[in-house]
Ligand binder design. Sequence first.
Ligand code: 5GP
Ligand code: ZN
Length: 112
Amino acid sequence: MSDCLFCKIAAGEIPSNKVYEDETVYAFYDIAPQAPTHFLVIPKAHIGSVAEVTPENATVVAHIFAVISKVTKELGLASYRVVSNIGEQAGQSVHHLHFHVLSGRDMTWPPG
Ligand code: 5GP
Ligand code: ZN
């Protein structure tokens, strides 16, 4: 999507602090971290949110979770939270599927 911020970040058109990259997935540190470690994992191909995941495009979502498992181990993160906000009321501000990975502090439940 030409006017999508995260499509541009995944394509390297807007700079970001990269955590991980392969053919289909890109991970980068959040510009406004909400925990000592806070990065985002996105598919390079545009998907608007979890609400737009279908049997046809779901393979990349499984791959994203494999990437999260691998990268958190490499970073030495034993405990972390994975979050995806869907829609305005849940707090989604960028309409390109992304999974927040937050770690390094105590977290409350339920989330606010
Ligand atoms: P959402 O609010 O949609 O769940 O998450 C979007 C996240 O993207 C926010 O945590 C926000 O700080 C982050 N973000 C927004 N713009 C940029 C940017 O230009 N670069 C980076 N690295 N993160 C961004
Ligand atoms: Zn996009």
